[in-house]
Design a protein around this ligand. Structure first.
Ligand SMILES: NC(=O)c1ccc[n+]([C@@H]2O[C@H](COP(=O)([O-])OP(=O)(O)OC[C@H]3O[C@@H](n4cnc5c(N)ncnc54)[C@H](OP(=O)(O)O)[C@@H]3O)[C@@H](O)[C@H]2O)c1
Length: 314
């Protein structure tokens, strides 16, 4: 029988950060369930990581319809965790999900139509055994669906009570600005932009998206802050058999060029000279970018989650 740590909110000052100009605070470190939380994982280990996260002040859990293998299984397992233990803390949790990538066969299970977004959220709620999510994202920009159709679906989702807030993920800058105007005009302001900022890739900074978030009072939530594991000690002396690079198409071995390895070794030396792990320095770097509200880390084991948290919570 799980009981959350009574000390879970004894966090250092600044651990909870205001999300843009909203009433929502998010933890500096959030947990993403893209990999290692679906049916491909050991449920007990997933549950241990979820409990450890919550016991240490992580209240934001990021999902999407197609997370886990098979698709949907991360939401299913998260629903099971809610039912078995975490559900009694529902009002302390900030749960996000998304739709935008391929989820089910046919022409209605992908991209940005009203039909897809609304039916996908219904499925997500069913899998997670929830009445509502805190945050629902359009997961990607759809060049073939009118933006108004996607955005009106987001507005109607909030009005239906199935999501409290909406967010935009990976949309190009101009479309994102259009979305902000559309949503503001309907009193359903965009809560967050979810994009990738890390020490190896800062496109949302260069493209001005982060500045727009600051200017418009929108939170920025950064995914893959460790560049899927590159910005850790994982690949400094070869490619481990149990690593994402070995086992997933999402992190290609071709990324680990001799130049990249040299760069990572230099960053690692810099981290060591500061008394930190490379992963910790990388997370700190993202969180220091003005306008970033939270980083969503992924982990494949509890020890990684501990390492990613201990530098900030002590
Ligand atoms: N909006 C979007 O389109 C989008 C896209 C991608 C991700 N996301 C969200 O962002 C979350 C995080 O993405 P991500 O998993 O790519 O994040 P990440 O934190 O950059 O990478 C996670 C991977 O890094 C390795 N790792 C983490 N901590 C480590 C440590 N202390 N030491 C050694 N290795 C460590 C693990 O790899 P191994 O598995 O090899 O151990 C882990 O699976 C996702 O779960 C999802 O919620 C959103």
């Amino acid at each position: 029988m799980y009981t959350a740590s009574p000390d879970r909110y004894d966090r250092p000052e600044g651990f909870y950060r205001r999300c843009g100009k909203s009433g929502i605070m998010l933890p500096a470190i959030s947990l993403g369930l893209w990999k290692n939380f679906g049916h491909e994982a050991d449920f007990k280990e997933s549950l241990d990581m979820l409990h450890y996260a919550f016991d240490n002040g992580i209240v934001h859990f990021d999902l999407a319809n197609n997370y886990g293998t098979p698709y949907g299984s991360a939401e299913e397992n998260f629903g099971r965790a809610l039912q078995e233990s975490l559900g009694k803390y529902r009002d302390e949790l900030f749960i996000s999900t998304k739709a935008g990538y391929d989820m089910w066969p046919g022409v209605y299970g992908n991209w940005g139509s009203r039909k897809y977004l609304i039916s996908s959220l219904d499925q997500s709620l069913h899998r997670m055994r929830l009445d509502y999510v805190d945050l629902f994202y359009s997961h990607r920009y759809d060049p073939n669906t009118p933006l108004d159709e996607t955005l009106q679906a987001l507005v109607d989702i909030v009005r239906s009570g199935k999501a409290l807030y909406v967010g935009i993920s990976r949309w190009p800058h101009e479309a994102f600005r259009y979305a902000l105007d559309y949503l503001d005009a309907r009193n359903v302001p965009c809560l967050t932009y979810q994009g990738r900022i890390n020490m190896l890739d800062h496109a949302p900074i260069e493209e001005g998206i982060l500045q727009t978030c600051i200017d418009r009072g929108v939170g920025f939530v950064s995914f893959s802050p460790l560049a899927q594991g590159l910005l850790t000690e994982r690949y400094l002396s070869g490619i481990p058999e149990d690593s994402r690079m070995r086992n997933s198409i999402n992190l290609k071995e071709s990324v680990l060029t001799p130049e990249m390895l040299r760069h990572l070794l230099t960053l690692n030396e810099e981290a060591c000279s500061k008394g930190m792990k490379l992963s910790q320095m990388a997370l700190k770097w993202v969180l220091e970018q003005q306008g970033v509200t939270s980083v969503i880390v992924g982990v494949s084991r509890l020890s990684q989650l501990k390492e990613n948290l201990e530098w900030i919570v002590g």
